[in-house]
Ligand binder design. Structure first.
Ligand SMILES: CC(C)(COP(=O)(O)OP(=O)(O)OC[C@H]1O[C@@H](n2cnc3c(N)ncnc32)[C@H](O)[C@@H]1OP(=O)(O)O)[C@@H](O)C(=O)NCCC(=O)NCCS
Length: 197
């Protein structure tokens, strides 16, 4: 069940948001209280839709359905205003991974891993030397498995004194990664072109 990795389309925004909300509500439930998750959804949403128009948001498609999504950007994240202090800039040319979600019905089948390979490939092509992200606690095991290390822990300040703990993580995009990543990107583009034809 290898997913097709392709750019997200504006007309599928509603379906994407629906999958992302289901994903967060179910897969992040072991890590956050329900009230905290609902407050986070209300105050931050699940993604910045501008990434789709930017061409920096990818969808994993399985049997014609959206199975997952992930992107990258240099736009300020929608959670930034909920941090207690601005984040220090990391050394080197760093690319920021954003909004990684997998349909709960298809979790633990390697879909996020494939999405991350494609995102890192695009970051590498754009000249990034490291990838960084702000992980939900639900995302930490994935990024651990992919070789990310913890930079710092933070709490996003939500309404009514609620806090949403997150973890800033990073990993170098090494030469070896770049070769693998380049192949992944070429494969993703080839498949997307074949699907569009
Ligand atoms: C985090 C998330 C994207 C992972 O998606 P996924 O497709 O299930 O992940 P993968 O199947 O590609 O996992 C790759 C590896 O990561 C690790 N991993 C992923 N999810 C894990 C979990 N819940 N527990 C332990 N390890 C996990 C494993 O090592 C896994 O390899 P394995 O299955 O061979 O053991 C998904 O759980 C999700 O959408 N969560 C809710 C939204 C969210 O919080 N996203 C993170 C935003 S920063």
């Amino acid at each position: 069940m290898a997913p097709l990795i392709r750019p997200a389309r504006l007309e599928e925004l509603e379906a994407l948001l629906g999958m992302q909300q289901r994903s967060l509500r179910q897969l992040a439930a072991p890590f956050y209280g329900r009230d905290v998750l609902e407050a986070a959804l209300a105050q931050m949403g699940t993604m910045d839709p501008r990434l789709i128009a930017d061409g920096t948001y990818l969808v994993a498609e399985v049997e014609g359905r959206i199975a997952g999504s992930a992107g990258w950007t240099m736009r300020a994240p929608n959670y930034a205003r909920l941090l207690q202090a601005p984040l220090p800039v990391l050394p080197g040319r760093s690319g920021v991974v954003r909004s990684v979600y997998v349909d709960p019905a298809l979790a633990r089948r390697g879909i996020a891993r494939r999405l991350m390979e494609a995102v890192e490939a695009r970051l590498t092509e754009d000249g990034a030397e490291t990838a960084e992200l702000m992980a939900t606690l639900a995302g930490v095991p994935l990024y651990d498995a992919l070789g990310y290390r913890v930079v710092s822990d933070h709490a996003l300040l939500l309404a009514e004194g609620m806090e949403f703990p997150v973890r800033r993580m990073t990993r170098p995009l090494t030469v070896g990664t770049r070769i693998t990543a380049h192949r992944a990107a070429a494969g993703a583009r080839g498949r997307a072109a074949a699907a569009a034809a």
